[in-house]
Write a protein that binds this ligand. Structure first.
Ligand code: SAH
Length: 220
């Protein structure tokens, strides 16, 4: 990790500080989330050619036609998922480059993450190994089915937008658990918080967001 970040050196530390200041101005309050994002080298999750832009508040390409989520979206979703506590087991749908997985890995015990594009799974697996992040398990598959084997989950975070909350994800949500998911069509999605308490589901709209669509089925 040290060797790989050396090229960007102090610049990335300073730009990361600026990113965190911006996140605070945008209303992110959870100090644990801010601290993890202050230290995690986001530039190692994008292509080298784009590394200098890694801390801008935009979504950047990560290959296979996908993008890394913008810092604000990662911070907001993580904060909403944690809700001031520490979920033990979290399911993530849409691993992509693994940045969100790495943020979660620092804040919860275990992360299970499902990605439909095989090429991204392979590259992200290597990246997380290089970064010595060991509490994230990746699976190449369709996130519409969740990952039943390891459920139920205290938290579920979805990084791509379905048009409806997938039924399997509701089934795999533990009692007391929280599911954060952008729902809607391209250009008009609501970030939903679904919580289960004493067997009952409650739904709340957090804000309007813009994610890539959740696509059924897995591909190479
Ligand atoms: N979490 C990533 C963001 C990835 S973008 C980050 O930290 O930057 C959304 C990802 O969801 C893409 O990689 C896309 O391939 C994936 N995705 C879309 N539909 C999916 C599905 N049905 N199952 C699993 N992953 C899916």
């Amino acid at each position: 990790m040290m060797r790989e970040s050396a090229g960007i050196g102090m610049t990335s530390q300073r730009t990361r500080e600026r990113m965190v200041t911006r996140l605070m101005e945008q209303g992110i309050r959870d100090l644990r989330v801010l601290e993890v994002m202050r230290t995690l080298p986001r530039h190692l999750f994008v292509d080298e050619a784009l590394a200098t832009r890694a801390y801008e508040d935009t979504a950047l390409p990560i290959g296979s036609g996908q993008t890394i989520s913008q810092p604000y979206a990662v911070a907001r979703m993580t904060e909403a998922l944690l809700n001031g506590g520490r979920p033990r087991k979290v399911l993530e749908v849409g691993t992509g480059c693994g940045y969100q997985s790495a943020v979660l890995a620092a804040l919860v015990d275990e992360v299970f993450s499902v990605e439909r594009i095989g090429d991204l799974v392979r590259r992200t697996r290597e990246r997380l190994q290089r970064l010595q992040i060991r509490n994230v398990r990746l699976r190449h598959g369709d996130g519409y089915a969740g990952w039943a084997e390891h459920g139920p989950y205290d938290g579920i975070l979805v990084a791509a937008a379905p048009t409806q909350v997938p039924a399997a994800l509701l089934e795999q949500l533990a009692d007391g658990g929280r599911l954060i998911v952008p729902v809607g069509n391209r250009g008009s999605q609501q970030l939903l918080l679904v919580s289960r308490s004493n067997g009952e589901l409650k739904q709340e709209v957090l804000e309007m967001v813009s994610f890539v669509p959740m696509v059924p089925g897995a591909s190479q």
